[in-house]
Design a protein around this ligand. Sequence first.
Ligand code: FAD
Length: 236
Amino acid sequence: VSLAERVVPENRTIEVLDHGFVRLDDSMASDLSVVNAARVSFARRKEEMDDADRGLVRFLLRDRHGTPFEHNAFRFHVRAPIFVAREWFRHRVGSFNEFSMRYARATDDFYVPEADDVRTQVGKPGSYSFDPVEPEVAETTREELRAVYETAYAAYERLVELGVARELARSVMPVGAYTEFYWTVNARSLMNFVSLRAAETAQREIRRYAEACERFLAEEMPVTYQAFVDAGRVAP
Ligand SMILES: Cc1cc2nc3c(=O)[nH]c(=O)nc-3n(C[C@H](O)[C@H](O)[C@H](O)COP(=O)(O)OP(=O)(O)OC[C@H]3O[C@@H](n4cnc5c(N)ncnc54)[C@H](O)[C@@H]3O)c2cc1C
């Protein structure tokens, strides 16, 4: 994430992929909370950060004293394809609530990658690299996806129309369908997420979401964020 990209929009919503977003719904986060959590060991408390505090944050991060980074919270509202959400929900340290296709009608928004994002994989499991495809292959991919989405959604609507319960009718929905969820997480766990999911080894789609989350981390806790980057993007 470059310096320019660290600036987040005023509405705290970063658009991701064709129909998705990451919105920071609310937060209780500051670098000062890290410092005060650490200094409580010595019964000390600060109202403002100084250079010594910045040094302390860097020390805590580098030496992996992780708990002072847990006294804060980021509440994100996310709209992402189901396959991205599945990867995301593997991150157990944090809280999720998701849109229910049992109770509400499924969305008809589906992920169709930009032509540039259609790729081929080369190499072996664990060390794939992803290369661009010919323009015709990219267009065929996009058309195939659209065709499947249209057929699937038409079947879903027919089943619901026939009175089939939504919880069952949703079985026809592809993992490219969009879902929504809230995710509340502390900075330590968020750094772990960013470390793993904004990395080159992560799938391109979740990577875009992780990069959006990273921008909010940088905005809310700039000293912590810089220390994280300087420590090689390893969460404490
Ligand atoms: C590139 C990539 C490829 C992946 N491929 C696969 C795959 O093929 N199959 C698959 O199943 N998953 C896969 N995953 C998911 C991965 O195994 C993790 O489930 C996911 O990244 C969450 O990471 P985490 O456990 O560190 O995060 P969290 O669950 O948020 O946990 C945060 C930290 O808390 C600690 N912790 C949490 N729970 C426990 C526990 N039970 N015991 C001990 N410590 C704990 C650990 O220190 C952990 O790092 C992949 C992830 C990535 C990034």
